[in-house]
Design a protein around this ligand. Structure first.
Ligand code: NAD
Length: 385
């Protein structure tokens, strides 16, 4: 079939198998340039198929030479429907890893479920005995709880609604949007989906099976960002889930001190991913941020961020902020970056956004996520789905 992008709102409903492979290949090449580092050799990544999780898997495999297991929730191709990008990314990753002589096993299904935890842990016991590192990068809109009830996370404010600028990326119009307040129930649900509960459940299940190696490291990811995004992110419903994640890191450090476990939350840069594209206001911020960071020679994508995390910050003494977090948003939060973004934010309107913002860069990364827009992939060619 000839596969073309079909964009609906903030999602593309098709993905290109060869383009996704190209995207993974490029990320591996970026990691290779960083050089090999000593690090954990048996790594489990939960949420391993796209965005920060996929980049983490690539960084540890091709940077440390680690064997990896990955868990993700992706769709296979069916009839004329392509598989999801994460499905193709995972296939491509496994192929490249095997060529390199690296063990790579992937599980497709619901990472929140007890069944998935037990299946993965069984495999860990059989293949490795224990894990040296667990990366928790699952980002989902909803979760089926252990008792079968479904909870849905929301991207809303807490306390009072806000009206702020945003961008409609289908028409490049800068508009005002009002984001409503989350109810108590919605906040609770968002914490259940995106907070630390499931990370803790994975670590507990691994510990119960004696699958945590001495000195095991575990990581989860967060975002903080500047004032203009605080109402929707840091102080919003998702921010409450991230606070829960920080508390979970503290809990895990204490609970598993017997095996000298180290749990960290890494605060990453705002980037175009399937999850971030859904957050109101953030895409406008990202398009201005990209322009400024590119102009200042500071721009990074997921793989550059994860290379810096695993191959720089995590080797040797780990630099932490006053709340024990790793700060990979250090370049994003530089005063010279944020002051310029703030000025541009005030000015941004539908007439100037294509000049002062990096709309082209935003779309380029968006298409790349689904395997489109690579000059060395022939999109006119028939491909196997
Ligand atoms: P993403 O959407 O690219 O990836 C999410 C991953 O979770 C995918 O591999 C997907 O298959 C998997 N997943 C979803 N539901 C699942 C389920 N039920 N079971 C198993 N796997 C499931 O997201 P991302 O942006 O890379 O986010 C990863 C983490 O990074 C999140 O904690 C997010 O908050 C954080 N973060 C993101 C940004 C950003 O700008 N994108 C910035 C800082 C931190």
């Amino acid at each position: 079939m000839i596969v073309q992008p079909k964009v609906k709102g903030f999602i593309c409903t098709t993905a290109h198998p060869k383009g996704c492979k190209e995207s993974v290949r490029r990320q591996i090449e970026t990691t290779r340039k960083f050089g090999k580092k000593q690090g954990p050799k048996r790594v489990l990544v939960i949420g391993s198929s796209t965005g920060y999780g996929l980049a983490s898997r690539i960084a540890v495999a091709f940077g440390y030479g680690a064997a990896t297991m990955g868990v993700a929730f992706e769709k296979e191709a069916k009839g004329k429907r392509t598989a999801t990008a994460g499905y193709y990314n995972t296939k491509a990753f496994e192929e490249f890893a095997r060529e390199e002589g690296l063990y790579a096993k992937s599980f497709n299904g619901d990472g929140f479920s007890e069944e998935m935890k037990q299946t993965v842990i069984e495999e860990i016991k059989k293949e490795w005995g224990q894990v040296d590192m667990v990366v928790y990068s699952l980002a989902a809109p909803r979760r089926v709880m252990p008792d079968g009830t479904k909870v849905t996370s929301v991207l809303k404010t807490v306390g009072k609604p806000i009206t702020e600028k945003t961008i409609d990326l289908t028409s490049n119009q800068v508009l005002e949007t009002t984001v409503d307040c989350a109810t108590e129930e919605e906040i609770r649900a968002t914490v259940q989906v995106m907070g630390g509960e499931d990370w803790k459940a994975w670590m507990e299940a691994l510990s119960d099976a004696d699958a945590l190696a001495e000195g095991v490291i575990t990581l989860a990811y967060s975002y903080i960002g500047p004032d203009v995004t605080h109402a929707i992110y840091k102080e919003g419903s998702i921010g409450q889930a991230k606070k829960d994640l920080y508390q979970t890191a503290d809990f895990l450090n204490e609970q598993y001190s017997g095996v000298n476990l180290r749990a960290y939350v890494s605060v990453n840069k705002a980037l175009v991913t399937q999850s971030s594209a859904a957050i109101p206001i953030v895409p406008l911020y990202i398009s201005l941020l990209y322009r400024v960071m590119k102009d200042q020679g500071l721009h990074e994508g997921c793989i550059e961020q994860m290379n810096r995390l695993f191959l720089d910050k995590l080797v040797g003494e780990v630099p932490l902020d006053e709340e024990r977090r790793i700060r990979l948003d250090d370049y994003e939060m530089k005063p010279e970056v944020q002051e310029t973004v703030k000025e541009l934010w005030k000015k941004a309107d539908s007439d100037n956004i294509e000049t002062i913002g990096d709309i082209e860069g935003y779309w380029e990364e968006f298409y790349h996520m689904f395997g489109f827009g690579y000059e060395n992939v022939n999109y006119e060619e028939d491909v196997e789905l």
